[in-house]
Design a binder for this molecule. Structure first.
Ligand code: NAP
Length: 318
């Protein structure tokens, strides 16, 4: 028989874990269904903008979130969602492990997945020198020559981290200007171990059993250059994999879930929080706060369904 919960949170990143803390503290029987802990935040080598922490490793920060949720009896299962359906007052969630779970409300907080460059060689050499997470795979490239592709905060942070491990880092960006934080841009530009390749796109990734290099092309002159490399880190943003929820809730043109200020989606009982939503800023602290909001809204919804009168879900409001 399907296990029954008050609230099921899908995704174990900053939004999902914070929702888990808030919901469990309200005594909701809460399950977090997730593929991993921390999501994108776990792959940050250093987080320097989460209040209260001067500098903390992303993985360690996310472990702290999880421990805090567990302290309040939030449960975890590591499974991938394949389908969510609404049946009367319940949501039925089916997973890739062929398990079924029931809940009164759900919070969608499964974040985004790394985008692909979609150039020849990328698929072939993924896991053979092509990587999407500098913190996870960076240590394999000690004293080697690597390239980072991208111009946002993720690419800048990865280049900064890899420059301390690798012999040399090329940072390849398709424009002149980066879109990351000023402090990171300054750090990258002043690091003698990082060579910038601006206005360049990657046209091919080459190798035999393992990556050997890449071909880059100048966007203006079309001149091509081949770089000899041991590793390539692709950090060109993230997209929402909306497959399990596209029939359930309304999405915007980027496949992000459209929410209101209380994290409500187009379907009653389905809340959403964090990078998977249309909220503008993708930051750990913002995702955490959105997760808290979603849990409080879910609490109110569940109390109403259970017919509990006078439940306080916000300061002074009944
Ligand atoms: P992002 O900000 O969307 O940046 C993606 C970068 O990849 C852009 O520079 C983009 O170029 C480039 N790009 C996209 N498609 C490309 C392609 N096909 N070929 C070559 N280059 C391509 O993504 P992100 O860096 O992963 O960051 C995602 C979000 O998380 C952002 O909101 C970011 O601020 C946030 N984040 C914050 C921190 C932090 O606060 N420390 C750390 C990591 C991430 P263009 O610039 O030309 O579009």
């Amino acid at each position: 028989m399907a296990e029954q919960y008050d609230l099921i949170i899908i995704g174990g990143g900053p939004a999902g874990l914070t929702a888990g803390i808030y919901a469990s503290r309200r005594n909701l029987k809460t399950l977090i269904l997730t593929k991993d802990i921390g999501g994108q935040a776990s792959s940050a080598s250093w987080v320097e903008n989460y209040p209260g922490f001067d500098k903390v490793n992303g993985y360690e920060l996310m472990q702290k979130f999880q421990k805090q949720a567990e302290k309040f009896a939030c449960q975890f299962k590591y499974e991938e969602i394949v389908k969510i359906e609404k049946t009367n007052n319940h949501f039925q969630i089916k997973t890739a492990h062929n398990n079924e779970y029931l809940s009164l409300a759900i919070i969608l907080a499964f974040g985004k997945t790394p985008s692909n460059l979609q150039v020849p060689g990328e698929k072939e050499f993924t896991g053979k020198g092509v990587a999407y997470c500098a913190t996870c795979d960076g240590p394999l490239f000690k004293n080697k020559i690597v390239a980072v592709v991208g111009g946002g905060n993720s690419a800048l942070e990865s280049a900064d981290y890899l420059a301390k491990i690798a012999q040399k880092v090329f940072l390849i960006h398709r424009r002149e200007e980066f879109r990351g934080e000023a402090i990171l841009i300054e750090r990258i530009k002043s690091d003698p171990n990082i060579e910038l390749k601006l206005n360049k796109i990657v046209t091919e990734i080459k190798g035999d059993k393992f990556v050997k290099g890449m071909v880059i092309e100048d966007v203006k002159t079309k001149a091509q250059e081949e770089l000899k490399l041991d590793g390539i880190f692709i950090e060109i943003g993230h997209t929402v994999d909306a497959t399990p929820i596209k029939e359930l809730v309304k999405l915007n043109e980027n496949n992000e879930i459209i929410i209101d200020e209380q994290c409500q989606t187009s379907l009653a009982g389905v809340l959403a929080a964090g990078d998977v939503t249309n909220i503008k800023f993708k930051q750990i602290v913002i995702s955490a706060a959105e997760g808290a909001k979603a849990a409080l809204t879910a609490y109110k919804y569940i109390q109403d369904i259970k017919g509990v009168k006078g439940a306080i879900f916000d300061w002074g409001k009944k």
